[in-house]
Design a protein around this ligand. Structure first.
Ligand code: NAI
Ligand code: A1CAB
Length: 269
């Protein structure tokens, strides 16, 4: 794709995406970044060979602008960009909650906007990026977003009305698994295993379970039943999980994340 892409906001997700684009074969000469601090700009230049520019210059020079600042910083960033963004640009936002309508309302009429919710496994090319087009986004714009994010994992198109749910499930999703690993490692320590060993056992169980979930095509209930022997160990654990309301806690947690995403819609949350 002979286009210039600028990543505006190069924190955790911005840098993860930038590194992934370079792994996927993008030339650093076709990439621009913006940062708030000069030291950060130098770091990214040393690490990836990319040029750091102001947001205004990025808007003038790049065909595609990827906005990766916090939802609360989005209003200010759009104010900086607005005088320079013309409708021949494509604006892609990775911010939780922020709607395409919010972005469209602050940029030149007709500017195509695509909303994407990636997750941090883009760092290992196993990301999940959920994509929705705004009111001026054409098939070609969605295809550009898919090409960029598809280089670092899977992509899925959803109607924008489902983006808050997708954010709660897959944008935040990796955190829930890390939380589980942390808690299960604590359990291993309680049972007398060294921390490092407990960690390795849990991580490998997680990797094995994830690969089986992805590759077997089996329903998770079936996979769990295969582990659960009559009068065995697993059912004793499962009873405790149910007694402690873990299923209900997960549903409530993900609903809270969805509500938080909705509350961020105008960047004021
Ligand atoms: N961390 C994650 O797992 C995911 C984050 N996101 C979204 O990505 C966005 C960024 O999140 P993180 O990377 O976690 O936050 P972060 O705080 O690590 O990165 C944000 C970066 O934006 C920079 N920034 C703020 N205003 C700026 C401006 N006007 N010009 C240039 N740079 C500016 C900050 O200095 C910071 O480096 C958020 O909107 C979040 O909802 C989306 C999916 C996953
Ligand atoms: O926690 C957050 O708000 C961001 C969006 C999805 C993952 N991290």
């Amino acid at each position: 794709m002979p286009q210039t892409v600028a990543v505006l906001g190069t924190g955790k997700i911005g840098e993860a995406l930038l590194s992934g684009m370079i792994r996927a074969g993008w030339h650093s000469a076709d990439l621009l970044v913006s940062t708030r601090r000069d030291e950060r700009a130098a770091e990214l230049r040393d690490r990836y060979g990319v040029e750091s520019v102001t947001n205004a210059d990025a808007a003038k020079r790049a065909d595609i602008l990827i906005l990766a600042v916090k939802p609360q910083d989005m209003g200010r960033l759009l104010d900086e960009l607005a005088p320079h963004v013309t409708p021949d640009r494509l604006v892609i936002s990775a911010a939780a909650g922020i709607t395409t309508a919010f972005i469209e309302g602050r940029l030149a009429t007709g500017t195509p906007v695509v909303r994407v919710m990636p997750n941090t496994p883009v760092l290992v090319d196993e990301g999940m990026s959920v994509i929705s087009g705004g009111s001026h986004a054409l098939a070609v714009h969605l295809a550009h977003a898919e090409e960029i994010f598809g280089g670092v994992g899977k992509t899925l198109r959803v109607p924008e009305s489902q983006q808050d749910a997708a954010t709660a499930l897959s944008g935040s999703g990796p955190a829930y698994f890390y939380f589980l690993v942390e808690a299960m490692t604590d359990a291993g320590i309680l049972l007398g295993l060294p921390r490092a060993q407990a960690h390795d056992l849990i991580v490998q169980a997680a990797v094995g379970a994830a690969v089986m979930l992805r590759d077997s095509g089996e329903h998770p209930v079936k996979l769990r039943e295969a582990v659960t022997s009559p009068a065995g160990t697993t059912i004793s654990a499962v009873r405790e999980l149910e007694n402690h309301g873990v299923r209900a806690a997960l549903i409530a947690a993900i609903e809270a994340a969805r509500d938080r995403s909705r509350a961020l819609a105008t960047g004021n949350g």
